[in-house]
Design a protein around this ligand. Sequence first.
Ligand code: ATP
Length: 523
Amino acid sequence: MDLMEKLVSLCKRRGYIFPSSEIYGGLNGCWDYGPLGVELKRNIKDAWWQDMIARHDETDAPEGAPGPFGMVGLDCSILMNPTVWQASGHIGGFNDPMVDCRETRNRYRADQLVVYRLVPEGGESAPVASDELLFAAPGEIGKTDEATLLAPHRKRVESLRKKLGDVRLLAVPDALSDTNLRERTLAPGAKEPGSLTVPRAFNLMFKTHVGALEDNSSTAYLRPETAQGIFVNFKNVCDTARVRFPFGIGQIGKAFRNEINPRNFTFRSREFEQMEIEFFCRPEEAGEWYRYWRDRRYAWYVKLGLSTQRLHLREHDGDELAHYASACADVEYDFPFGVSELEGVANRTDFDLRQHMETSGKDLRYFEDQEPDADKRRFLPYVIEPSAGADRAALAFLCEAYCEDEVGGETRTVLRLHPRLAPIKVAVFPLVKKDGMPERALALYRELRSNFNAFYDEKGAIGRRYRRQDEAGTPFCVTVDGQTAEDGTVTLRERDSCEQRRVPAEAVAARLADELKSSPGVA
Ligand code: ATP
């Protein structure tokens, strides 16, 4: 089993993540978070909200910030006036190119289906020959290794090697839009070339109707991002919140995209949660703020446990930028299925506010009453947007945390989650179900539960109970045993080291508070 399969199985077994409506066969691209998963995801969202919004102190600008700034939050509705999506460009332009395979009936995003050719060493610039067979493989360019791509074509590769000597694998850009090349392309899993359709634009927004009439006038959309709710409330916030400029508005909430090909567990879902900030600043300072947010967002994941070896900051090249963006960087994580985006940080210029100002006819310029120069008092701010996905973050933290190690000659599975993110902070056990141990353990559990998410378990061998908590990612276990009745001490076991120390029962709560507080990343 590879890491991804093991993780999916652990998530199911321990109640982290289940397929949605599973008893009816599930629904592609939709997932349910179980009792542990909901806590993990809530902890991620809370950490983001606390670190970015609620505990932000504008008089004490975070280190590296170009100056003091304000942060406030919003919680906007999922259904919005459809003109929002006209103005934002989503109705006209939020499309992915879709390709179907007539033979296997699989559906792909054309930009994620790469067409490859095999050419003799040194023949890289030769045009595609008329009898050359091309093949398509899912996988973003450069992110899938060559052996995996070539595996289904072993026989062909061997015979070509015999005929031509060493051959190289080359991607053929835009091959699917060229009828000639498409007809010669072998689709993944297909027997005959030419089964792929012409790429067609497919709008990713889910449509619905508001009210009793189902006609064009009642069409509404499930929001495909939380950002637009922030833009259309920009003036409301300016008029009411007394925030110090520059300032950011954050929102956490569900977003929906009818993804052509949901895959890689929760990574690409059709219903997911975003954690987005729109940071409004002076156009001339946008470059500096862009770098500030890009670096701060990268550091946030590191603080909560992602390793810098697996977490990358990738600056987009000019030709990769959306037409409205002047800079963009992806925070990418090395998932078991390849390096993929966790969060995008973009300098969106004044594109969104300008679009909404023009479409709505409302003046959305910011008014700076402290500005001595009258010409500079009213202006349309630039926007820096750090846009993160809560589900992708949860998946990255789970991948990073998953570990198998040896304890006492036995292999155990452990989730080394950051204590701030761990669903259960402490589990309390009586060693055995007699001699007053359950009563003492329950009393301690109740005391701890008023401060921490705690769990009580008295069933089964103690070793099994420890293993179960290791798999749940619980950083501490406390066991009441025979000695507790004699001297009032209990054992405190630490998840990662398996180290056990005796601690007075009445000191456990304070000790845990200290341990949890001293973990790096706890604000
Ligand atoms: P991708 O290229 O992977 O489709 P994107 O660039 O379209 O993503 P954005 O529009 O920038 O994504 O969305 C911001 C964030 O929202 C992403 O970084 C990701 O964390 C999250 N996100 C976007 N689409 C999905 C999805 N289908 N499932 C889960 N999370 C998503």
